[in-house]
Design a protein around this ligand. Structure first.
Ligand SMILES: NC(=O)c1ccc[n+]([C@@H]2O[C@H](COP(=O)([O-])OP(=O)(O)OC[C@H]3O[C@@H](n4cnc5c(N)ncnc54)[C@H](OP(=O)(O)O)[C@@H]3O)[C@@H](O)[C@H]2O)c1
Length: 284
């Protein structure tokens, strides 16, 4: 398939750009600099030039806290960006796979969120991402929406932050009352490839299997990396941030291609990161 990836320089975009050609697809991955999805004319031009059969939107305004104060910018990327993409896809007969988030849910439910559970975002990021999903679902019949969570890859993420901070302190505090399924960007890219290859349009929840609190996630990172640091579990109320986060951010994988367990994916990721540091190839 001929695939165009928007947001090709982000964590997910980088993995898609590497993995899709390995699976026999012809891929053009465009960075933010090469394609700003907030501009309708630029999006039209890119589809005209590359004539993709499938567009994957891995671009987003992902700074959750900044979305609270930069709502206009967040909306233009997270809501108008997918609207521009879906319009251009519809005009050319292409399909669109749009990536969304567990932050469309409020986190108050005591079981994992199924794709059919009602979305009720509690942050500007979640609201703008939900608006993006709605544009995609309403403006074409050829849509896939893939919600994911807690992504880490070659970019700014929780795993890298924990390892950096552990190098600067003897002890650190991590929230124990917010739950997530940490998701390896490389595995997520493989799941997305399967979804577009299967051509079953619709809404998917795609995360690594299993779930944990951010505290448990941090402990596992340090255990696997062999880093000795005191990790203190704290309630999120001790960590006031501009944007509210769902306490339960766990998505059910009902109807989705299953991904392997987050602990296994994390172990592989840390090995790859260590190997890349050894060769000087670590990025971000
Ligand atoms: N990271 C997570 O934990 C997480 C959790 C749930 C869902 N998701 C979703 O998963 C998807 C991929 O996330 P990720 O972790 O790969 O994020 P990321 O590493 O922040 O990548 C997002 C990319 O989008 C680019 N971008 C921003 N504005 C753009 C614009 N107007 N036009 C084109 N590109 C633009 C960014 O470029 P610049 O940096 O140069 O601006 C960046 O390369 C997103 O839809 C995100 O909402 C992520």
């Amino acid at each position: 398939m001929r695939v165009l990836v928007a947001g090709g320089d982000g964590q997910l975009g980088l993995e898609l750009a590497e993995l899709l050609p390995e699976r026999g697809h012809e891929v053009t991955a465009l960075s933010h600099r090469e394609l700003d999805i907030a501009g309708a004319a630029a999006v039209d031009g890119a589809l005209e030039e590359h004539a993709p059969e499938v567009v994957v939107n891995a671009a987003a305004f992902t700074n959750v806290d900044l979305c609270e104060t930069e709502m206009e910018a967040a909306y233009s990327v997270n809501a108008l960006g997918p609207r521009n993409l879906v319009g251009a896809c519809e005009r050319r007969g292409a399909s669109l796979l749009h990536v969304s988030t567990n932050y469309v849910f409020d986190g108050g439910q005591n079981r994992p969120y199924e794709p059919f559970d009602a979305a009720r975002p509690i942050s500007a990021y979640g609201r703008t991402k939900l608006a993006g999903e709605e544009h995609v679902m309403r403006l074409t019949n050829r849509w896939y929406v893939v919600r994911t969570a807690g992504v880490y890859g070659r970019g700014h993420n929780f795993v890298r932050t924990m390892l950096r901070v552990a190098g600067e302190r003897d002890s650190l505090k991590v929230k124990h009352d917010e739950y997530v399924s940490p998701t390896c960007a490389r595995d997520l890219a493989a799941g997305i490839a399967r979804i577009v290859e299967d051509k079953n349009y619709g809404l998917y929840h795609l995360t690594s299997a299993g779930s944990c609190s951010w505290y448990e996630f941090a402990c596992e990172i340090f255990r696997l990396a062999g880093v000795e640091v005191e990790v203190v579990p704290v309630p999120s109320s001790e960590y006031p941030l501009p944007a509210a986060r769902p306490a339960n951010g766990v998505l059910s994988s009902l109807g989705s291609p299953g991904l392997r367990h987050w602990k296994k994916a994390l172990a592989d990721y840390l090995e790859r990161e260590a190997a890349a540091r050894g060769t000087g190839a670590a990025r971000g």
